[in-house]
Design a protein around this ligand. Structure first.
Ligand SMILES: CC(=O)SCCNC(=O)CCNC(=O)[C@H](O)C(C)(C)COP(=O)(O)OP(=O)(O)OC[C@H]1O[C@@H](n2cnc3c(N)ncnc32)[C@H](O)[C@@H]1OP(=O)(O)O
Ligand SMILES: O=C([O-])CC(=O)C(=O)O
Length: 371
């Protein structure tokens, strides 16, 4: 019998067309709707990038003003979302809190089942506006701090930091945060986006697809890696310990979090931009020790294994310097990726085919109960 070929992990298998972003490992580039992500990160707000991902074009001034108004109007936590968050143990992982809160928001929405394009876009915008409050409030309540109300005079990134820390962040910090949101916004058929598309392909509602995507993002092989990077840094302590730590890690065949990528094999196109943002934060917070540690591990692991960092590697320490709890890093990624997820949900729904691959059966041969 000839072995039937399988494509483990769907590695290298194209499963559909997508016009949202192009990940090109040969040129080490990433385009959102045709625009290089580096240019967007240098010049555009996260709100503009969200509209670009959803609608395919950069917004006009009035389109942007509409989104800004909708986002500001949708920032406050609904009473029952807050009540459910309060009912969760403080020990719950913040990604579990995000997953649960998205479920409640979906249950609150009378149009949750409306599949029209207008209703889908309205749901995407509602989640985009609501996630910062959920992430910020959850970090605060874990520290026994009161909720900070959103401020209408602040933009998305300023307000996210305001609601988390209860003080206005310095412009350098706001800018590094904005850059991270733009870089995290979209990355084609990654595991969480694909999860969202699988769920959408059954004609389930957008909120169900996002809940599934949040679950997929949590894992350390995907979004959870930004959190894991910080645990690694905590374990290593300082740059002088890198070689000894790496000897042990490699001897025990440990995966080094924040390195490697399914698609990019010569480095992640987003890393130089995020690394530069990290350098600016290191200067702002006067923490050269953290950069030394990050660079020492990158250099040593690169020399020994030839494996390069992915976006989670500079993003983790950047969020740490801003003051976020390590467990909050992946929820921030979710708040950014809500834009890409919902763009893909809408794209999938517009040209749907149920996603249902085959398995090659390798269990026991047919047998019968009566012997
Ligand atoms: C934003 C994001 O979600 S980016 C991804 C974030 N995830 C991480 O940082 C987790 C750590 N990295 C990894 O686990 C992997 O690189 C993945 C899952 C991202 C991609 O993996 P795959 O494409 O499946 O490649 P795979 O895991 O088969 O790796 C190929 C080889 O490189 C090794 N390798 C890849 N990444 C790493 C790593 N981070 N540490 C140690 N070895 C690694 C593998 O052990 C494997 O070696 P082998 O051929 O000797 O068995
Ligand atoms: O594309 C992937 O597999 C993972 C990734 O980098 C992302 O989702 O940003």
């Amino acid at each position: 019998m000839t072995e039937q070929e399988i494509y483990k992990g769907l590695a290298g298998v194209p499963v559909d067309y997508s016009a949202i972003s192009k990940v090109n490992p040969e040129t080490n580039s990433l385009l959102y709707r045709g625009y290089p992500v580096q240019e967007l990160a240098a010049q555009k707000s996260f709100e503009e990038v969200a509209l670009l991902l959803w609608g395919g074009e950069l917004p006009s001034e009035s389109e942007l003003a509409d989104l800004v108004a909708q986002e500001r109007a949708g920032r406050a936590l609904a009473d029952n979302v807050r009540a459910v968050i309060d009912a969760l143990p403080k020990s719950a992982h913040p990604m579990d809190v995000v997953r649960t809160a998205v479920s409640i928001i979906g249950a609150n929405d009378p149009d949750a089942e409306d599949p029209s394009a207008d209703a889908e876009l309205a749901k995407a915008k509602a989640l985009f506006a609501a996630l910062p409050a959920i992430v910020a409030y959850d970090q605060r309540r874990r520290h026994g701090l009161e909720l900070v109300e959103p401020r209408d005079d602040l933009d998305y990134s300023q307000n996210f930091l305001w609601m988390t820390f209860g003080e206005e962040a310095a412009p350098e910090v706001v800018d590094a945060f904005r850059v991270s949101m733009v870089l995290y916004a979209e990355h084609s058929f990654n595991a969480s986006t694909f999860t969202a598309r699988v769920i959408t392909s059954t004609t389930a509602d957008l909120y169900s697809a996002v809940v599934g995507a949040v679950g997929a993002l949590k894992g350390a092989l995907h979004g959870g890696a930004n959190e894991a990077v910080m645990h690694t840094f905590d374990e290593i302590g300082e740059a002088a310990n890198v070689e000894a730590w790496l000897d042990d890690a490699l001897a025990s065949k440990k995966k080094i979090m924040g390195f490697g990528h399914r698609v990019y094999k010569n480095g992640d196109s987003r890393v130089p931009t995020m690394h530069a943002a990290l350098e600016r934060l290191v200067e702002h917070y006067d923490r050269p020790d953290l950069l030394e540690l990050a660079e020492a591990l990158e250099k040593s692991f690169g020399e020994r294994k030839g494996i390069k960092p992915n976006l989670d590697y500079p993003a983790g320490p950047a969020y740490h310097l801003m003051g976020f709890d390590t467990q909050t890093f992946t929820p921030i990624f979710a708040a950014a990726r809500i834009t890409g997820w919902t763009a893909h949900i809408m794209e999938q729904a517009a040209a749907n085919s149920l996603i249902r691959p085959l398995a090659v059966y390798n269990g026991v041969d047919e047998r019968h109960l009566d012997g």
